[in-house]
Ligand binder design. Structure first.
Ligand code: HEM
Length: 495
């Protein structure tokens, strides 16, 4: 009996091994992707790509180096190609595209690995996605945000400036802005989503929803990248592993508040109250669970993104004394109470934001999409159905033919008519593009404007602390960026 069990196991392992060899043989000698340039190992394995993204945390830089070495189309794994071509970029991401998000997005859900239902960011089915997107986007237009939530953003920006001031007084002027900005951005988006502010700024601590999400995200990302290892490890009775794959524990509890407040008409009404109130009678509606889930997803998507770009913005300005003076002078002339609309008219402020989003947009990594059922021809190459293709803003934003001296932070490039040039519009993508473009971009822009104006009005003469260096601020990234030193200390005037 035992010997026939072993025989079955040996035969299965042998069949698996042969299948892998045959697959590798096909990938190297027969796959249509063999014609695409790339490192020798790419036709056999994607492990170096994963290593550079997950272990070295240099996903965008490594992908950019691949383009520099091999050109616009680079095979980086047996079934994956990086693309740096604005024509293909438009085709892959346009409205109504048939190139859909790959299944890695499903693994970034706050539920246990690969378990539906999915949030707006994670949904890969185009019909389900567009139903939810149509409803939720009502709450994120610039006009709607200005009418209903500008006061909240103002108030949270004021609170974070006060928080920084207090800490500076007790700490020889030094504060870590990389700690403070997420507290502000988290408070803003939580208020919109839940109708209640967690006051993370006053507590000086990451909200527990976000802390739980970070663990969940890392666990699910691991499960996607190493499915075989995950399927073994998940059976082990190790509490930390169980926690990483249990989904976001705080989400459901907090989500109940989002659902209750979506039915409120008073001051506790959140963005979902508008979404539901304005839904056409025959629109498909959001279930309670979808409200809870999306509230959590949007809080996560709307916190570190805006906060990290804001951190890099302040760092870039403080690194350039003449720019700092220009910006300080411009915002010093504002007459309080000033509006977001007024801020949108300030040339230096807006040029600095654009340049920050060009070099330090929070999500510049390859955005993976599957080639549709019918296959596709891009850049003269044939791509079979199911191939993963990915474009990244990091590379599009560093094209020397579009942006002169692309690695230099130069806000002045935006002071002429650069933004309206066709080649710039074609490659400008800090918020992604097409049907999956960032739903929070107007909110992010508003926070960037208000927080930048308040910071440089309040802290004239701020400086970088000695511990903040080009090395500590080097960009690390696995999808989202962060400073290598996990901090950005600045010295604020305390008189
Ligand atoms: C500077 C700040 C931000 C940057 C650079 C950024 C960047 C991006 C990018 C590049 C995408 C496209 C991802 C893809 O196609 O795979 C995206 C999608 C998304 N972002 Fe943002 N984001 C920012 C702020 C926010 C904020 C404040 C929110 C919250 C409201 C948010 C919510 C989302 C959501 C829900 C999606 C998915 C949209 C969909 O698939 O329909 N983001 N973001």
């Amino acid at each position: 009996m035992a010997s026939s069990v072993f025989l079955v196991i040996y035969l299965s392992l042998g069949a698996l091994f042969l299948q892998q060899i045959a697959q590798a043989f096909y990938n190297v000698f027969f796959s249509p992707l063999r014609k695409i340039p790339g490192p020798w190992y790419a036709s056999i394995t994607g492990i170096p790509k994963l290593y550079n993204a997950i272990i070295r945390r240099k996903q965008s830089r490594w992908s950019h180096d691949m383009h520099k070495k091999y050109g616009q189309y680079v095979r980086v794994a047996p079934d994956e190609v990086l693309i740096d071509d604005v024509v293909a970029f438009r085709e892959v991401h346009r409205m109504g595209t048939h190139f859909l998000k790959t299944k890695i997005y499903k693994f970034l859900n706050p539920t246990p690995p690969g378990q539906p239902p999915y949030g707006l960011f994670q949904e890969t089915d185009p019909v389900r996605h567009s139903n939810v997107r149509r409803m939720v986007s009502r709450g994120f237009s610039l006009g709607y945000l200005r009418t209903n939530w500008e006061g909240t953003v103002h108030e949270r920006v004021k609170a974070v400036v006060e928080g920084m001031k207090k800490e500076a007084v007790s700490n020889h002027g030094e504060v870590d802005i990389y700690k403070w900005w997420p507290l502000m951005a988290g408070d803003v988006i939580s208020t919109l989503m839940f109708g209640e502010c967690p006051h993370a700024v006053e507590q000086g601590l990451d909200d527990e929803l976000i802390a739980g999400y970070k663990l969940n995200d890392a666990g699910n990302g691991f499960a996607y990248s190493f499915p075989y290892i995950y399927h073994i490890l998940k059976w082990l009775p190790i509490p930390s592993l169980k926690r990483a794959w249990a989904g976001n524990p705080v989400l459901i509890e907090r989500g109940k508040r989002a659902v209750e407040n979506s039915r409120e008409v008073s001051q506790k009404a959140n963005i979902f109250a508008t979404v539901l109130a304005e839904a056409e009678r025959d629109d498909p509606t959001l279930s309670d669970f979808e409200i809870a889930l999306n509230a959590g997803v949007l809080v996560f998507a709307g916190t570190d993104t805006t906060a990290t770009s804001l951190t890099y913005l302040v760092w870039a300005v403080l690194s350039n004394p003449s720019l700092m003076q220009d910006l300080e002078n411009e915002v010093a002339q504002l007459q309080p109470p000033y509006t977001d609309e007024k801020l949108e008219s300030l040339p230096v402020l807006n040029a600095v934001i654009k340049e920050t989003l060009r070099l330090y947009g929070a999500a510049p990594a390859p955005l993976p999409r599957y080639v549709p059922r019918e296959g596709a021809v891009l850049g003269g190459y044939y791509f079979p159905a199911g191939t993963t293709v990915a474009t990244q803003a990091w590379t599009l934003h560093r094209n020397p033919k579009v942006f002169e001296n692309p690695e230099v932070f130069d806000h002045k490039r935006w002071l002429g008519g650069l933004a309206s040039r066709e080649e710039v519009k074609a490659s400008w993508a800090p918020y992604g593009a097409g049907s999956r473009i960032c739903i929070g971009m107007h909110l992010a822009d508003m926070e960037l404007r208000m927080a930048t104006a308040a910071f440089f009005r309040e802290f004239r003469g701020a400086k970088l602390a000695a511990s903040t260096t080009p090395e500590s601020m080097e960009v690390d990234n696995t999808f989202l960026i962060e400073p290598h030193g996990h901090a950005c200390r600045v010295v604020l005037p305390t008189k």
